[in-house]
Design a protein. Sequence first.
Lengths: 383, 387
Amino acid sequence: MRRPLEGVLVLEFCQFLAGPSAGLRLADLGARVIKIERPRTGDACRQLSIKNLFVNDDSLLFHTINRNKESYAADLKNADDLVRLKKLISKVDIMIHNFRPGVMEKIGLDYTSVQEINSKIIYGVVTGYGNEGPWANKPGQDLLVQSVSGLTYLSGSDIDGPVPFGLSVSDIMCGNHLAQGLIAALIKRAKTNQSVLVEVSLLESILDVQFEVITTYLNDGGKLPERSAVKGSAHSYLSAPYGMYATTNGHIALAMGDLKLICSIIDCDITDLYTDANSTFENRDKLILRLGETFKHQNREYWLGLLESNGIWCAAVLNYREATNLDVYKSLKIEQQLNLGDGKHIKTTSSPLRMDGNKLYADKPAPILGHHNVGINEEFELN
Amino acid sequence: MRPLEDYLVIDFSQFLSGPSASLRLADMGARVIKVERLGVGDICRTLYTSNLIMNGESSVFHAINRNKESFEVDLKSEEDCEMVRELLKKADIMIHNFRPGVMERLGFDYQSVSEINSSIIYGEISGFGNEESVWRNKPGQDLLLQSVTGLTSLTGNADSGPVAMGLSIIDMLTGAHLAQGLLACLYRKAITNEGGLVQVSMMESAYDFQFETITTFMNDGGALPERSVKNNANAYLGAPYGIYQTQNGYLALAMGSIPVLGKLLECEAMLKFTDIKEAYDKRDEIKAIIAEHLLTGTTEKWLSKLEPADIWCADVLNWEQLMAHDGFKVLNMIQEVEMLDGYKYETTRCPVRIDGELLTSSKGSPKLGQDNEKIIKEFNLKSIASA
């Protein structure tokens, strides 16, 4: 199979997660991605570890985000390195960066300058909050962007105060949006043969994630979301039974469904709380509590068996150990192994996409800092 | 010129995952025709959130399906199927998110469609995979996907029990992944004129979302993520990472050295945590100290001490506060769109800018079947008996 982006060459002047996750997606789709990194330290993510996990000299986190790429060490403040980089830029299809506004202008690698070197460049920029306005120079960090975006008032229950998503969701969505924009730009360039500028920001991306609920807010007289006061509720805009319920041995999740039918199946009396379909919104908290009273008396398997056999949308709430032991996890072949050489391997996830029926596996590990300098200098005649 | 100008997308999908992908393609310039079931349409039209009905339909339907056309057909009628096949001959992309087997029965599976249009790009979303999957017949619903993939063990505090992310995040990710795959194939088609098949399951997208934490889990001897007792924002990060209550609101703190923060905040008790490892190992103790201290001052006070020192921190806003702020206004994130009948509503725009242009579009969502006549005429399809 020819991977769709085969032959596309990408330079990644990015650190941390948003930009590099876009680079990773392009790499799995067939592009060749070269990280441009500062000599000696490289992408700051190399030293950003979680739970102090390192593989060789770099954090496991860095390995996860930067597999299937090459590394070229260059000092953007060194004139000789800059000459080499400009030569390299003249030969690539895409370059992406996530410096704060103004940095690339100072170095002379901003979009306008780069167009003069390469009139067909696709130039991708990631910022925290866009290029203008009072937030343009704030640090584009995931938790902070979540915090100003209103997102923290959607999860958990209302007594919790703001509850952030427990993952770098703005970074990840922004990386996804950047990848979309860059590939769309490739399509545009195939027609026009001219350079294209693609810009995304963490804030715009996390607002896009909220597009359904923000649209509801904008057209509902500015009524703010009201989370349930009850533990386990899962969506401030959806009615009962939507949520998670404790059983004797763990939780089950119930999606939207016919509440009266569900209650008759599990033998839970809600006649005092239910007059018509509107009651599922109006009495949401009381209904969730009432259902909880019934669910707590039997185990997870009992309820799932009963509900599933009646066609009700439900699932077990699992932790990583249980989830990665599911047959379906194995049959979808979610894991892949990266080959570090010297007999070492790292297990990680593979691309979520299948192309022409094939998984997009790639066992190439993250690069050692500057590992490809010699080869790239030679191949592109940079010296 | 928008990147996808002149491309035609035929979208059979419902709810959020598939339609969010076609919305992105529409904003990038493609023409998107929703193929909807006679009399009912996309079920999302009646999937209400907060009981809000806008011009007869749900707010989420309007958000997801603006900038599209609607072609109402009965896929059980041979005549209508024939029209859809004619339309597919002209299409660049087709999308669906039916459960495995449905399109085979209807005769619109990849094999059949590629026989009538060999360069079509066929996009397919499933909940848990197709024939290879033991769960292929389970419903691909967002909360259920969050629940079975371990995602609910990451948000909230240690004693919160499972906490879902409060919107359909897996649907949106799956849609974003599908859009990437379709775009990549469209690029390949522009170069080689080949079609292609793009498949993504919500389960694989859910794990891709968790690629950092699940990789950590796989290489850490199977230790489960542990959320901090209070102020948790990431199970794998140390103090101060989290949101804290202040005298008059909240303050978000990202990474930062504990003693440096202690000095800036004038909090004596923080100064002793000089070993960088303590930020993780003693995070509950440290977070409790920070939480108590931050209650003694206003958010503005703390920001005025931390921001000049370039500490990563922010106020915590709700939508009302956000939308009143110049930092939001300057983005021009809200656009007004108009339906054919003149009904107007506000919604967000596409988050990507291309060549400095905001990819806005004033076209609102379609009423069921509103474009039948136009499409039949334009593509020279036979008239529908029921029209």
